[in-house]
Structure formats: C-alpha cells, structure tokens
Design a protein. Sequence first.
Lengths: 289, 348, 271
Amino acid sequence: MKSATTAPGDVTSFSLGLALPLGLAFAIFFVLPLAQLVYLSLHNDTAATVWGLGQYVKFLTDPFSLAVLGSTLLLGAEVTLTCLVLGYPIAWLYQRSGSRVQTLIIMIVLLPLLTSVVVRTFAWIVILGRQGIINSVLQSLGLIGTPLRMIYTQGGLIAALAQVQMPLMVLPLITAIGRIDPNLSDASASLGAGSWRTFVKVMLPLSMPGIIAGCTLTYAAAITAFITQSLVGGGQMLFMPMYLYQQASTLQNWPFAAAISIIFLFAVLAIVALFSTLGRRARGYGDAR
Amino acid sequence: MLLDRRRLLTSALTLGAMHAFPGLSLAQARPLVFATFTGSWEEAHKAVLVPAFRKANGDAGIVLDPMLSVDQIAKVNAAKANPPIDVMLHDPGPALVAIGQDLVEPYPTDKSTYFKDLIPEAQDAMGPAPFFQVVGLTYNPETVKTPPTSWADLWKPEFKGKVGITNLNSTLGTGWLVEIARMRGGSEANVDEGFKALEELKPNLAAVAANPGALATLFQQGQIDISPGNFNAIQILKARGVPVEFVAPKEGAIAFKTTIHIVKNSPNKELAFKLIEAALSPEVQTTLMNPPYLIVPTNTKVAMSGEIAKVLAKDTAELKKKFVFQDWKKINEQRASWIEKFNRDIKI
Amino acid sequence: MSRRQRNWEALSFQIVMTVIAMLALILIVSPSLVVLIVSFTSGFSLKFPPPGYSTRWYVELWNAWQLQFAARNSLVVALWSTGLSIVLGVAAALAISRSKTLTAKLLDSLFMSPLVLPALAFGLAALMFFSLIGLPVSLLTLVIGHTIVCVPYVVRNTVAALAQLEPTLLESSAILGASRLYTFRRIVLPLIRPGIISGAFIAFMSSFDNVPVSLFLRDAATDMLPIRMWQDLEGKLDVTIAALSSVLIIATVALMAIMERTTGLSKRLTG
C-alpha cells in the first residue's frame, strides 16, 4: 500500500542505482578476476594456449596433491571440534553471568579476533618452543627431562589454530544460546531430567543453528589460515594455502595454481553448503519441538 | 585487436585510478629493491651495506626483500619487463640460471672503481662476487659435547630428533645433498644415494627449515642441536651469546662465491650499480669481515684476518685448496627434479 | 537420596562446564600476555620466562626502518580501503536493504561472497588479472584488492542498522515536507551511524591485518606489515617482533575500548 506522499515512489526505500558503483567495482575487480582464474585453470600449459582439463586431472590423479587436500580438510575438522568443545562452555557461562562479566567475556573473546593474526601466531611460537612456557613449566616440575617437541607438530598446530579461530565459534554460540527460552531448561528439570540430560536433549539441539554457524566459520577460517599453518606447522606440513602459494609464487605455474584454488574453493563451498543443509535440518528439528 | 582493446582498457583504468587516487600516483619513484638472503645476511646488509650506500647516495630510498635465489629468479621471470627487484644476490647455481635466462644486466666494469681490485674469481662481468660462503656443520656446544667431525655424524642415534636441514631450494640444501651422495659414491650427476641417506636420516630430523636463515633461528630457539650450516649464518647469533659453533667436516667443507647482479630492465639501474659498488668497497667488506659478521671478503685490499683466518683460510689461495667447489652446471641439470622429489619425500 | 543425587549431578555439570570455560578463556588470553612479557626480555631468544627484563627491543623498534616502512604502507592502504568501503558500501547497503527485488537479493549475495570464498583464491585471481591488464603491483592495486574483501563488513553492518530503522519515520518526514536528502542527512544517517562506524572499524582492522590478498599483491616496494612480520618470523625470529606485537595488541585493546564505548561493538557482533 502506498502512502500519500508528494515524492514519486516509495520514500522508505532507496534507489537501487545506489548499488551501481559497488556493483561495477565488483564486476571489474571481483567477478572478472575470478572468471579469469577459471579460464586459466582450464589450460594445460603454463603459457595458457592449450585448452583442457589437464590441471584438474593432474591434481586429482596425483596422490601427493590429494594427500595435501585430505590433510587440509582433516586439519579443519580437528580444529573445529576443538573449538566447539572449548567454546561451548564459554557461551554457556556467558548466558549465566551478570552483565559486567558478560562484557568482560566478550572482550576476552573479541581480543584475538581483532589482534593481528601474525601476532597471535607468534605467541604460539613462544609458547610451544623448546624453551617455551609449557616446556619450562613441565621441566621445572620435573615431569620431563628433555623438552618436548610441540612446535611443527599436528597437535601444536591444532592448539594454535583453535585459539586463533575461537571467537568465530563463540560469538554465534552466544547468540544462539541467548535465544533459547530459559523456561525450557527449567521445565526439563522439573520434569525430572538431570542437568546432563537436559543439556544433551534440550540445550544442544536448540543451539544447533549457532553450532552450525560457528562450525562453518571456524572450519573455513582454519583451513585457509596461511600464516598459522606455515609458522606453527613448519616446512614439513604442507596444506592447500601454502601449496597454492608455492605453485603460484615460487614455481610460477599459474594454471596449476589456478586449478588448485578452484578445487580449494569448491572444497570450502561444499563444506559451507553441507553445514548450511545441516543447519536448515536442525532449524526444522528445533521448530518442530 | 585484442591487444588494442586491452591497452585501451588499461589506460582507461589507469587514468581513472590516477584521477581517483591523487596520493597514490603510479609515477611515484619506487625505492631500490635489493633481494638479499634471509637471516644473518639480511642483518649484515641492513646494518652495514645499506647505511654505507645511503650515506654515499644522499639517503636514497632502499628496501631489502630477503629471499632465496630461486625465488628471486621466479619473481623476476614473472615480470621481466617490469621486474619487482633491482639487485639480485645469487649463489653459483642460480647465477648460471639467471644469466642463462637473460635476467641480468652486464656489470659496467669500466665505470666501476672496485671491480679491478677483486680477486680474479670474483671478477665476473655479468655480476661481481662480493663475498664467499663456506658450508660445514653447525652445532650447539652445550648439548653436543664432542664436536662432530664428519657429515656422517648427523646419522648418529644420539641425535635422534635433533637434526635440522633445509630444503633443496637453498644452495646449502642442494650442495649438502651432493656431498652426502658423494660420501656414498655418488656425484653432482647422481644423488640417488643422497636421497637414500636422507630417508635413513628421518628419525633424527627435528625440522626442515624453509631457508638457511630459518636454520639459525631454530638453533636460537633450541629446536635443533646440529645441522649442516653456513659459516656466517651463525656468527651474529654466536656473538649474541647463543651457543652455536661451526666445524668443517673431514670430508671437506663446501665453498662457493656469491655474486650480485643488476636486474635487466630495472628502473633503478644507476642506484643498483651504486649499491653493488658499495658492496665491493674495501670499507664495507672490512666491516663485514670483522665480528659479528665474519663474511669472507673478495676485495684484494681486504686481507683475511681474525676468526676467518683462524677457522677458514688465510687467503683465497688457501680457501681454494682447502674447500670443495662443486660443479653447479652439472647440478643445475637435475636440480628442479631433485627439489620436487625432496618436497614429496621428506615428511617428518 | 534421589534429590541428593540430583544435586550432585547438577553440580558436576556446572563444575565441568565452568572449568572448561575458564580454561578456554585462559587459553584465549594467555598468548597475548605471553607476548607482552617476552617483549620485555633482555635476552636474544624467546625464552620463557625471560632471563631478565629490559626495554631494549622497544628501542630497537625505533630503528627498525623496514618494519616502519611496511607499517606505513599498511596504514595508508587500510585508510584508503576503509574510506572507499564506507562510500561504496553504505550506498550499496541503502540500495539493497529496503528493496525486495531479486536484483537486490542477488547483489546482496554478491557483495557478501568475499567473506565466504577463500581470500587466497581471490588474491591469486587479482594478481593474474592486474598482470593481464598490465597494471603493475602497487599501493593502488592493494587498495583495490583490500576494498573488495573489506567492503562486505560495511555493507553487512549498515544493512543490519537499516533493518532496525522504522519506515514510518521516513514516511512522516516526507509527509512533513522534508526532501529525501534532508531526511537522509537528518534522520537516517544519525540512526545508522553506529552501524557504519562499527562496520568501518572491522573493515579497517581486517585490511590492516590482511594476509591472503597482500601476499599476492604486495612486493618489496609496497611492503605490508603482516607479510613483513611473517617473513621476519620465518627468517630470523627477531625479538623486535615481540615488541611490535605488544604495541599492536595494546593499540587493538585501546581501539576496542573506544569502539565499545561509542558504538557498543560487542552487542553488534553477538546480536
């Protein structure tokens, strides 16, 4: 229904033309480059003259490349799980705290999100090193004789990535848990269900949208975390971002690098799609209750 | 036609962009870009060479972009017409490649003040050598009580999880692999035995460093206790009190010259020349030869003295006699495939 | 008996959750604290605890011209990208937020897509694109690349702020005879300003800290701070980096406090 106004058209909305400048910028500097990336990946030679699927065949039939892809996806899963296990209780605690503590928790969670990723990673080099804090503590307690090797290991990398990406998990969880009606838990308790049971049967399912959102963000961030992967993982562990960078920068094999990034891009999109399908299911599940 | 359209698009974009960004004018003179090596070389060049160059050239803008020679070549190759680097630093292998691929400018020797003062080996018209490097074994004397004497010591069980190496992108890594192969009957043309030996070394490996500079860092952090290493990569750390020592293995340490080149099509040729002149000058070379840098000089007016004379050689003649010089032309023939094999095989 | 059991059960749940939450919060904070402490070491390595304390690495920072050069470049690029993001992003947000057409929906997904796609792929694509059209890598190409990946934050936050705007406000303003521009300036803008500011803040931070795009679009002459720090860490693990990191942490905390005061940043990120 149109209200009686002197101005032509609806005054509550703005002309779509305002989106034109950004739309143009995206068309030229975002869509075109990505199109070119696809175009280049469909060539068999580095000079990009021979059309073909050679680069994709090369990647998908090469055990080495597939192993790199596999270990990247696995790394993402491990980090996401760690973040979920550690992050959920934070969100739970947040909802049960007073507003001052809430602000404090949010600030603590936000701090790493806004600190430079290089700084965060650097901290982990200090912590995990042979002369680092963990080894000094363990040694002074007499628990270990020689320092443990933690940096350049999968475990060390997971710990570092989990800390670096934690905010991406916690923030959606806080939102989701905040939307749960507290009466539901009370109802569950009054019906005789224990706290653990209530948690598993009521809290977890109802916070599923937050869990899914958090997992999506964490997963996508963990597998693309170039700096953390290269500094804490060290030269021996190769993941997709470094593989892509090496092929593009050191080896100047642009078509192959383009194919790697397309494959990587689809891997990320597939994960995001998977999570959002799960999310839709979960929401339906939650609504049904 | 396509080119024309492309050019049109470019100029349209460029014009529009320049209009939109008055502060970011593309004509902005860029600083001289000097691609040095990571670690101690970068520190030495930052502390000695760059100040000397700036002083002599009215505080000209310069930035260091430390990276391996192979990466320098890749970067320049990718943009030959408009190279992102003005001065390259190369060990013998990459130097041959860079010259072969026509990436470097001949050095203006007749204009040069110091070229004729260099030892004959350093007088390369495609790019003079400002210093020599020596590769042997480096170790932490606090944890390794008996100094190692041979490359073979790296395989000793007592060094389980304590050995560091670098990948084959560095001269250190490739040169060392060739020596390991030689120890077991191989040569510059055949390093199969070297790869077998690497396979056996795996239990001992603590880290594979991305470059020789990173190797020094690993010592500093106590991540590794022994590794093949460059003599001067550890000197700055040693001077700072980090426990690390160099020893030449009985099979013979590897020596090679490092050359410095003006990149073809560099927009900063004159400054590049000036920087190289500074690197060849007796003043800079003398400072770099003294502690904490201990970089082997090539200017005949700089006599080898101190720690270098004691540990390495009194002069170039002794250097040439005492150390192993490898055939990089031969190594280059197969190096790319070795690098690929190494990157696939060595996972610890 | 059963009630007692119930209490134990409830208590065990609360203890487990609280302990994990505390541990996780410590895990989140401790790295920053460790960096702050280590930056005051008197030694040359990142040993923890430090052998002694001094401010030598902060003095060293004063002389670190290469890091300063990179920091200046990063700042210039971040400021330009944020400025462009605000201008382009707010306009686009106005256009798409109140329109229900398919075009608006499509544009919305397009503008959000840099957040989903791996930025590394975009970085590589941008490098290839600029080299194809013959635009050499410079601060300009960096600004363009950064703007693309930072503008979604401005769009998203502005759209969110606009969504809370009462349409009746605009209508009554129009009925009272105010021009659209006047309504925008005097009514819309003040109401959505906090949203724009917090979006711009996040855009600025993510440009200043950007790695995947800078990795491909920078070179030595246009060095960017995160990349310089990364390369320094790979090559020589300089303690100077610890001092620089501490400076960055403190600057971040200060900025965060200001943003929280002025725009209620935390509510925006959780709401």
